[in-house]
Design a protein around this ligand. Sequence first.
Ligand code: 8DG
Ligand code: MG
Ligand code: MG
Length: 141
Amino acid sequence: MSPAPEIGIAVFILKDDKTLFGRRRSSSIGAYTYALPGGHLEFGESFEECAAREVKEETGLDIKNIELLTTTNNVLSDKVHLVAVFMRAFLSDPEQTPQNLEPDKCEGWVWHDLKNLPEPMFGPLREMLRGGFNPFPNDSK
Ligand code: 8DG
Ligand code: MG
Ligand code: MG
């Protein structure tokens, strides 16, 4: 059977003028690069449900106002084809701080200004941000 594309949900969590990034560990695609919290869409889930679940599992954060921003199609090799679904959300409680709940997958979570991005950035995300993609509402930032 031929391999199927995988669907990944990635979430820009916006706090003031910052977004949360974590450096991926060696065992995953994009090892050692910075990426957003997120994970695979499960059968029967909405994008919003998946975003809230993955963010909770990976960071402990509760999010609100979850919205679809855009999708990208990433054929990375003859074995890896990712459909990335980018969402935006805000903290339900702005005082809440992220925890590294999957330390086998991520080195830790840090807020970054989009003008001062951590490097190296995970491929699908780098292409988008280099192209000037802005996850903030109304081009406010
Ligand atoms: P799961 O087992 O918890 O369901 O999945 P995960 O281990 O958390 O998956 P993941 O690798 O973090 O993300 C799922 C897919 O989404 C993966 O194939 C890569 C893709 N993806 C992007 N961009 C981003 C991003 O910025 N962050 C995350 N986490 N995944 C992304 O294309
Ligand atoms: Mg996950
Ligand atoms: Mg993940």
